[in-house]
Write a protein that binds this ligand. Structure first.
Ligand code: ADP
Length: 259
């Protein structure tokens, strides 16, 4: 460890030093608290599928093998929960590796092209009406292409899961920033939930979200990735009317100089 010698410092300098030190400590404390909360949330979320798998396995062991209907039901449930756990652990690992700036591979990305091709692919996979609008000329930003694609997929995937009608994707550029809007006309989000949807594991309706295979992690990952790019993600929604997601990203990538 490096030793810092403090000699002949003025009161003001010592005061600034102490302030910086306190800020660092409280940031470390916040980080530790966040980590603790994360571990506790993650274990809690993994507990449910483990309990389901355990109970069905026990049921099979005791009487399932003689009863074909019960065996089928148990095997189906075990398979489904195991898949959920697999998806969740993959997403958790992804989340952990996304949390710092050094994980970004920044280069020039044609955002218009990326959005158009993702919209086209998802349209053909899910057989949904996905309309694409763009500004001319194409919007090019400095960003991590894979990570930005991941965010767009999370947002489009939600629009597909939580709506049945058309989805509109728009890409444009204004004053040094690129904007992507994804608009759906689906079930929307109740007003009291909108403030929480970027929290890890937050799902508006746990039962409904389970049906659609949701983990409640998508939007929290999207937020982290957008913040790493010095951009952001915002959501406006009206229950029963639909949801509009705005992704903002600076055209030029800047790293932080902050301690
Ligand atoms: P999930 O994996 O459950 O979709 P997300 O973090 O992506 O998790 O989203 C959190 C919650 O926000 C979802 O469970 C859902 O209730 C709500 N949500 C997100 N996008 C939409 C949308 N386009 N329409 C309605 N509800 C949405």
């Amino acid at each position: 460890p490096k030793t810092i010698f403090i000699q002949n410092q003025s009161k003001d300098e010592l005061y600034t030093l102490a302030n910086t030190f306190n800020r660092m400590i409280s940031r470390l404390q916040e980080n530790i608290e966040r980590q603790k909360q994360f571990v506790s949330d993650a274990s809690h979320e993994l507990k449910t599928p483990i309990t389901v798998i355990g109970s069905y396995a026990n049921l099979l062991r005791r009487r399932g093998l003689k009863n074909e209907k019960l065996s089928k039901e148990a095997i189906e449930a075990i398979h489904q929960e195991a898949m959920r756990m697999q998806k969740m652990t993959e997403t958790l690992l992804d989340l952990a590796s996304s949390e710092n700036e050094t994980s970004l591979h920044v280069k020039k990305v044609n955002l218009t092209q990326v959005c158009e091709s993702l919209a086209r692919q998802l349209k053909s996979i899910y057989k949904r009406e996905i309309l694409f609008h763009q500004d001319n000329p194409p919007v090019v930003v400095e960003a991590d292409e894979l990570k930005i694609k991941q965010v767009i997929i999370i947002v489009l995937d939600n629009a597909i899961k939580y709506s049945k009608a058309k989805i509109e994707v728009t890409v444009r550029q204004r004053e040094g920033q690129a904007f992507i809007h994804v608009k759906d006309y689906g079930i929307g989000i109740p007003e009291e939930d909108v403030a929480h949807i970027f929290e890890r594991f937050y799902r508006v309706d746990k039962a409904r979200s389970r049906e659609t295979g949701g983990t409640g992690l998508g939007l929290s990952i999207a937020k982290i990735i957008m913040k790493l790019h010095r951009g952001d993600i915002d959501i406006k929604s009206r229950e029963g009317k639909g949801t509009e997601v705005e992704l903002r990203i600076p055209i030029f990538y800047q790293t932080t100089q902050e301690v």
